[in-house]
Design a protein around this ligand. Structure first.
Ligand code: ATP
Ligand code: MG
Length: 456
């Protein structure tokens, strides 16, 4: 029977070459900046007990009600592939017994998430998020710092231009109860103009309607009451404090009373970083305060705040800004004849130990190995002929210019670093060595390359 050829599952994608380098850049940059803010990285499982995400019948968010990959495993457990990681981090806080000590905990994470949605640009079924959470901090300074960290990451990536921070408050429980009543009254009066989904949400969670992307709802939502008329004095002051602190952090923002966020657990601060540059999928980062979630996992009251960002959306911005990191250009080590192979391996490993990306072709004569060097976009070749080796020398060829020189083994690193063509093959370490004019490190290098140590 003829079988259909294998394809990646709809909404999934492979990360290869430049795609992977952008992906890696986003995650590494976020990790580095989050570390500066005192966040530690956690990794929680990509699947959890379904109850971690679906907490009773009250959850009306699209993510939980429509988009989850849930299944019964062979042991009859109800499992869900995580659609987001905030719930998993809160579960981990509780089940690792961390709810009482060292609060607030500041957690960074990065990894794949799964949602059954209609795939399109910037929207996939397996996608990746980076995120941070401050667990156990009720103060508005935490909200502002979390947002500042998110903005810092985007600035560090060089993709902040054209992205705007929009913030809102969802108030405290009393504010939301009052707002809820006002929304029910308003939407009930326009019931027949609402989308079906929104009609179903009307009694359960009218706040969800404010978040609706259905064009039928949008006009109604635009004229709907906002929470600002229903804030308690405490909630209003909390919101004012977040804005004050944001200004102190130097983060500008635009207030948008329509932001209510896609998940049901938020209170007080809600925010999104949005851009026009990604079409319909314009939200790159979103988050807010969630004061009840840890309790829902069986922990004590633990007010928390955080955000998650779509790695794929950030990488689309990196690509558009032409900031894709180049692939490193290796140095090709080329033995001429079998007798030179051992010496070549020695040089190869020494280069790698000094942070230089270096490769050796597994077989072939010099011509074949040169062809391979060009195919892997090597910037330079180090050619080891028997004659040169006998004199403790090698030939360094700049593969961009075609020029070459014979140098003493102990001058190899310096020569490579000076060869413009291999600049990008040089690890930061070698750059550092060069900048220090081969200061203290030089003895070390010479020894490694078998040369007599000369004082320079
Ligand atoms: P959207 O409004 O785009 O559906 P959301 O409100 O569902 O987003 P969150 O649950 O807040 O998104 O997730 C945070 C971020 O994760 C989003 O701002 C977006 O950048 C990214 N994200 C969410 N869903 C997807 C997806 N299916 N594919 C790629 N990225 C996604
Ligand atoms: Mg969504």
């Amino acid at each position: 029977m003829a079988q259909a050829p294998l394809q990646p599952v709809r909404g999934t994608h492979d990360l290869i070459g430049a795609d992977f380098r952008r992906h890696h850049l986003v995650i590494e940059t976020a990790r580095r900046v989050a570390t500066l803010y005192g966040f530690e990285e956690w990794a929680t499982p990509i699947f959890e007990d379904t109850r971690v995400f679906s907490r009773g019948l009250g959850d009306t968010s699209d993510v939980v009600s429509k988009e989850m990959y849930s299944f019964e495993d062979r042991g009859g457990e109800n499992i869900t592939l995580r659609p987001e990681n905030t719930a998993g981090v809160c579960r981990a806080l509780v089940t690792n017994g961390l709810t009482q000590s060292n609060l607030p905990r500041k957690v960074f994470y990065a990894g794949p998430m799964f949602r059954y949605e209609r795939p399109q640009k910037g929207r996939y079924r397996q996608f990746h998020q980076i995120g941070i959470e401050v667990l156990g901090a009720a103060e508005p300074l935490a909200d502002a710092e979390v947002i500042a960290c998110g903005w810092h990451i985007q600035q560090e990536l060089g993709i902040d231009e054209g992205t705007v921070l929009e913030i809102n408050t969802l108030g405290d429980a009393a504010s939301r109860d009052a707002y809820r009543a006002a929304l029910i009254a308003y939407f009930t009066a326009h019931r027949n103009d609402l989308s079906e989904d929104s009609r179903a949400r009307l009694e359960k969670n009218p706040l969800r309607i404010v978040d609706s992307k259905d064009p039928r709802d949008k006009a109604l939502v635009a004229a709907a009451p906002t929470i600002h008329d229903h804030l308690t004095p405490e909630a209003a002051e909390f919101y004012a404090a977040v804005k004050r602190h944001l200004t102190a952090f130097g983060v500008s923002f635009r207030e948008n009373p329509r932001i209510v966020r896609g998940l049901d657990y938020y209170s007080h601060t809600a925010f999104e970083f949005v851009t026009e540059r990604l079409g319909a999928q314009g939200t790159v980062m979103g988050g807010g305060r969630y004061n009840g979630l840890v309790e829902e996992m069986g922990g004590p009251p633990t007010p928390s705040v955080g955000w998650a960002a779509g790695v794929e959306r950030l990488t689309l911005l990196v690509e558009a800004a032409e900031l894709t990191p180049p692939a490193p250009r290796p140095v090709a080590v080329i033995p001429v004849g079998e007798a030179a192979e051992a010496a070549a391996i020695n040089v190869l490993q020494s280069l790698r130990e000094h942070g230089v990306v270096a490769e050796i072709a597994y077989k072939g004569n010099m011509k074949r190995r040169m062809e391979r060097a060009n195919r892997i976009n090597a910037g330079a070749a180090v050619i080891l002929g028997e004659e040169e080796l006998a004199e403790g020398k090698v030939v360094v060829r700049n593969l961009d210019k075609g020029s070459q020189e014979r140098v003493a083994m102990e001058d190899l690193l310096r020569t490579l670093a000076e060869t413009g063509a291999v600049e990008s093959a040089m690890h930061a370490m070698l750059q550092g060595i060069l900048e220090e004019e081969l200061g203290g490190e030089v003895d070390d290098l010479d020894e490694d390359f078998g040369g007599e140590t000369e004082s320079r």
